[in-house]
Design a protein around this ligand. Structure first.
Ligand SMILES: Nc1nc2c(ncn2[C@@H]2O[C@H](COP(=O)(O)OP(=O)(O)OP(=O)(O)O)[C@@H](O)[C@H]2O)c(=O)[nH]1
Ligand SMILES: [Zn+2]
Length: 289
């Protein structure tokens, strides 16, 4: 039988399979290779009885994230606010770059819209929609667009990320406790909830999952080692017609990115953050820290 690990407690894994949950231990030969099952893993299990099973195989992972250590994230909901906490576009652009690199779809969630002027919201929305990102604007208390959220989550495994205080937990509570009808399975898990923090996935409906633990609040950029690959992770620069096809868009002649920057087609903030990350990566590579 195939299943998905939806919760881990030490060496015990909760595996959802065919609308049931099994408590499973690892027994496959992946253990000899030092591979540990992760929440999010799709696995093969050997069912022992109504409640118990063994994990015999971990199916190939689409990706893994380190903090928290989870796998198979299709989509990241990247939370930001304009005020409280103040917007940090550098962090946002870094997240976005990382998600491009890991092939994780992104939805930018602009939360606490009640605390921002519509002018600021529109300016921001403009920059990111223009380069193809979906931005969802919400107020967790007074404007929680359930149907749109459900549509965004449909059929995918999502995770949330963003700085402390941007409203991630409130959002997840809204989803899991009040609004969306959640499956029986999540209900069953909730009853067993204790105070220790462990990563869990909630089943919203068939094939629709969301991790309850925020991903990488403060990650470093150890996944991208060569600054010369950064240009591929900024959407508006990725397919440029520069004179050199490995153009980094910094000092090269006949650079389309710099032309677009000059005539306002590429946002100044995006380009500046690109440069900052580029220099950081270069520094790191040259000084090997
Ligand atoms: N005005 C307003 N306040 C909100 C909104 N969403 C959350 N808050 C408040 O903002 C504070 C932080 O919200 P959390 O949901 O705990 O934020 P978080 O991102 O989970 O923070 P960490 O757990 O530190 O990562 C709380 O006091 C919430 O009540 C919103 O849409 N509008
Ligand atoms: Zn260029």
């Amino acid at each position: 039988m195939n299943g998905k690990i939806i919760k881990a407690q030490k060496e015990l894994y909760y595996v959802e399979s065919g609308n049931k949950i099994y408590m499973a231990k690892a027994r496959g030969n992946f253990r000899k290779k030092g591979i540990k099952p992760l929440v999010g893993d799709d696995v093969k299990i050997d069912i022992q009885d109504e409640d118990n099973a063994y994990i015999t195989e971990i199916l190939e992972r689409k990706n893994t994230i380190k903090r928290p250590n989870i796998s198979n994230v299709d989509q990241m909901l990247v939370f930001i606010t304009i005020n409280d906490p103040p917007l940090n576009l550098y962090n946002l652009d870094k997240y976005l770059s990382m998600c491009e690199y890991e092939h994780i779809d992104v939805v930018i969630v602009l939360s606490k819209k009640d605390l921002a002027t519509s002018e600021k919201i529109n300016n921001l929305t403009d920059i990111y929609q223009k380069i193809g990102y979906t931005i969802l604007t919400l107020d967790n208390y007074n404007d929680f667009p359930e149907d749109i959220i459900k549509e965004i989550l449909q059929g995918k495994t999502s995770a949330v990320s963003g700085a402390s205080g941007v409203g991630k937990s409130t959002f997840l509570n809204n989803l899991v406790e009040n609004n969306l009808e959640i499956g029986e399975i999540s209900e069953k898990l909730k009853r067993g909830k204790n105070t220790t923090r462990h990563t869990e996935i909630f089943t919203i409906e068939n094939d629709t999952y969301i991790f309850d633990t925020p991903g990488f609040d403060s990650f470093d950029f150890d996944f991208l080692e060569d600054e010369n690959n950064l240009n591929y992770t900024f959407r508006e620069m990725a397919d440029s017609n520069c004179r050199f096809n490995n153009c980094n868009h910094i000092n090269e002649p006949d650079c389309e990115v710099k032309e677009k920057l000059a005539n306002g087609q590429i946002a100044k903030s995006r380009y500046e953050n690109y440069l900052m990350i580029f220099n950081e990566l270069k520094d790191r590579r040259e000084n090997k820290w």
